[in-house]
Write a protein that binds this ligand. Sequence first.
Ligand SMILES: O=C(O)CCC(=O)C(=O)O
Ligand SMILES: [Fe+2]
Length: 197
Amino acid sequence: MRLTNAIDLKLKDAEVIYYPNFFTTKEANTLFEALLNEVKWQQDTIKMFGKTHLQPRLTAFFANNQNRYKYSNIIMQPEMFNANLSRIKTIIENELKIEFTSCLANLYRTGNDSNGWHADNEKELGEQPIIASVSFGAERVFHFKHRTDKQLKHKLILQNGSLLLMQGDTQNNWLHQIPKTKKTIGKRINLTFRIIA
Ligand SMILES: O=C(O)CCC(=O)C(=O)O
Ligand SMILES: [Fe+2]
């Protein structure tokens, strides 16, 4: 049921599948409210090109091991998964038949919050990172661009309750971002489940 209406994006040199109805709207709305209130959302300072900035969104990091996650010069120490995050993790694992260790959570407070062009290709994610990315709350546009073939771009809307699975060589060949938008929109929570060895 959860994997119905799957859309294979058929991106070149990548494996990206979008599951628009992974969670029902009712489940997604309930989880959105719960996570909004129970997660200790933080705004970290990142260092890029020698300058420090506040990240343009709030984040939190969870894992079932002690492994830290390092990116953009920040080191995130994991917290334990709470009950809702554990339930979400188990549902995803049972459907995808993949086990995850960690989850980086993002809260986009308004359209002015964003996530700049990047790939999730840190060494600790392995050579072909598998990332299962769940969205709750307001819809946001997600952009892909190929690293070397500049013609190749793709846009999709990440709907409330959807799951985006990125695997294979996706992170090696493509970058992704959540751009800012001038539209007045509500909050969005994104959970990216990862395997961090
Ligand atoms: O918010 C999203 O959908 C993307 C999050 C993301 O790319 C990340 O946390 O690495
Ligand atoms: Fe990412």
